[in-house]
Each structure stands twice: as C-alpha cells, then as structure tokens.
Design a protein around this ligand. Structure first.
Ligand SMILES: [Zn+2]
Length: 137
C-alpha cells in the first residue's frame, strides 16, 4: 500500500481465497477508484461505490499515515469528525475509473514474491535454474 503516482494504491488479499489478490486504487483529486484481480478481472464487489478491498485499503492507509495525511493526499475535504477510514471513504466523490491493474501490480510484485518465499536457509530452487541451464551448454 502506498501513496504514489497520484493514487492511493495497494494489493489487498481476498478474505476467502489466499491465492487471489485484488489491486485497488483511488486517484488523488479525482477520487476515481478501481479494483480488479491480479489477473485483470474486475472486482465483483464494485457496484458504483468502493468495494471492501478499497475500504480495507483506505483503513490500512489511515492506520499507517493518519487520516489527515491520507485526506490531504487524496484531496478529500474532512472535518474534525472524520477520524476513520470509513468516514473518509464516505467523503469520496469519485466514480469507477479503471486503472490498469498490471501497472499497479508490478510495483508490488517484488514484495509479493518475497512474502511467498518460505523462511529457509536453503538455496531457492528457482535461482538454480539459470546456472544449471548455462552449464548444459
Ligand atoms: Zn474489490
């Protein structure tokens, strides 16, 4: 999750399927939002309003950066009563604005690949491929 490229964007894992992740983003200023799977399928939870992944993304951003910083970045008008991610989401006035998931996702691929590796001191099999192939030649 990051505030970058004029967006709040991040990868949110599905609650029901650990293999599936959603790429969610909200544009700064426009508040145009999008959510799709890493395979570029549109999120089924988007019905003209932010889905639970986008809400989770905003909640996470508020936890990490604080509600004022997130609101400032996205250019959301908040008042003193706005303290939570949910309150911030309710003040977004954007609409669905598809963002190429691959573009956002590629920024997180490295983190995901790292997180998927089991903690081990053994060499990573994947990395063995290249020297082994080279030796055959
Ligand atoms: Zn979603």
């Amino acid at each position: 999750m990051e505030l970058a490229d004029g967006r709040l964007q991040g990868v949110v894992s599905s609650g029901s399927d650990i293999e599936r992740v959603y790429v969610s983003s909200i544009g700064a200023g426009t508040h145009g939002f999008s959510c799709s799977t890493n395979n570029n399928r549109p999120c089924g939870g988007l019905h003209g309003s932010p889905c639970k992944h986008l809400r989770a993304l905003v909640d996470e951003a508020v936890l990490q950066y604080g509600v004022h910083r997130v609101a400032r970045y996205l250019r959301v008008d908040i008042d003193e009563d706005t303290a939570s991610g949910a309150a911030l989401v309710s003040r977004l006035n954007g609409s669905l604005a598809p963002t190429p998931a691959a573009m956002v996702f590629s920024r997180f691929l490295r983190h995901l690949a790292y997180l998927e590796l089991p903690p081990s001191a053994e060499p990573i099999a994947e990395l063995h491929w290249f020297p082994a192939t080279g030796a055959v030649r």
